[in-house]
Design a binder for this molecule. Structure first.
Ligand SMILES: [Zn+2]
Length: 347
């Protein structure tokens, strides 16, 4: 764990650069317009806004189920810790209202990864409660500078308005403590952070009282059936994360989206099979040397997946490159620059 401390030994709150905030403010944040298709494709988020009533799981572990599941740890001292806060303040507000009715104070937010639908409620919760924000190293940069999310989808460049919806671009969150895999002491509560990098650069699962909050390491089966190809940052790391999730002992798994599971194992197999199938298809497509965008178009055709707008399409832009890196490492494809084109071919 890496706490940033000032000379007095107290953590400095890392604030987002004003310039970036002003720049983001130039574009409308359409929190009201949730594109369900895009949400599901990225992370299984169904765009649902049903009541976030807090349910007990085991020991101190609870969940407020919703389009994005919010973990709630009810500490013995009467305080509460949230695991993720949802897309915006809507769900977080309901959770705070319920905890307030029990006279519980939210003292910390542990963010699993730097995707807008998981930290979009942070700013609201911090404003209301003064809770400390814990974020994984690397992903913490996206919380502080949320524009990194759409700009990564848009090849590192200033993203167009179509990639700046609320789902793609959350409000900035402060970060108080940057953490890595291992034991985490949070306000007197011991939580174990498990690396589930792959879906994002440094996604973390969190284990407490035998409940495994496993973020987006697996997607629910309805999403897999419908979309075939989920967003990935690193295929190599994601496959390792699936193994690690399967091997992590737990009694109950709470994925970031979808229902609570007895064990994450069943969905791990399904998610792994999907990744390996997409990888195999890409190798076959690359028997003819092709640019990445052409490979993606052919793959989408084979899978009968049809992204409907820029956001849905550009979520798959880094994903196809993630697969090409993985296949090159495996020795299945090679890469060359020819006549001003970047071509990938099967070996
Ligand atoms: Zn995610």
């Amino acid at each position: 764990m890496n706490t940033r401390a000032n000379q007095h030994g107290t953590p400095d709150r890392i604030r987002t650069c004003d310039l970036l905030l002003r720049r983001q403010a130039l574009y409308p944040l359409s929190y009201g317009r949730l594109d369900t298709d895009v949400c599901e494709l990225y992370a299984g988020f169904g765009g649902k806004t049903r009541a976030q009533l807090i349910e007990h799981i085991h020991g101190r572990a609870h969940v407020a189920p919703g389009g994005v599941n919010i973990g709630v740890i009810k500490a013995d001292d009467g305080n509460a810790i949230l695991i993720d806060t949802g897309l915006n303040d809507t769900a977080a507000r309901k959770v705070l209202r319920e905890l307030n009715a029990e006279d519980r104070q939210v003292v910390a937010i542990v963010t699993t990864h730097g995707h807008a639908d998981h930290f979009g409620g942070n700013a609201f919760v911090v404003k209301r409660t003064g809770a400390k924000v814990y974020a994984p190293s690397w992903d913490e940069a996206v919380l502080r500078y949320p524009l990194f999310q759409p700009l990564c989808l848009f090849a590192g460049a200033d993203p167009p308005a179509s990639l700046r919806s609320g789902f793609m671009l959350a409000g900035a969150s402060p970060v108080d403590v940057v953490y890595d895999a291992g034991p985490l002491q949070i306000e007197g509560v011991e939580i174990k952070a498990v690396s589930l990098a792959g879906h994002s650069g440094n996604q973390m699962g969190l284990l407490i009282d035998e409940v495994f909050y496993c973020a987006d390491v697996v997607l629910p089966d309805r999403v897999i059936e419908r979309y075939k190809m989920p967003y990935l940052f690193s295929v190599r790391d994601h496959l390792k994360a699936l193994d690690r999730a399967q091997e992590t002992p737990h009694l109950t798994a709470v994925p970031g989206h979808g229902p609570t599971l007895e064990h994450v194992g069943g969905l791990v197999d399904q998610n792994r099979a999907l990744v390996l199938e997409v990888a195999d298809r890409i190798v076959i497509i690359c028997r003819e040397p092709l640019m990445a965008e052409e490979i993606l178009a052919r793959l989408l055709g084979e899978l009968e997946a049809d992204p409907q707008d820029a956001a849905a399409y550009y979520l798959l832009h880094p994903t196809i490159f993630a697969f090409l890196t993985y296949l090159e490492e495996r020795g299945d494809v090679s890469h060359e620059i020819t006549d001003g084109r970047s071509l990938w071919r099967a070996r």
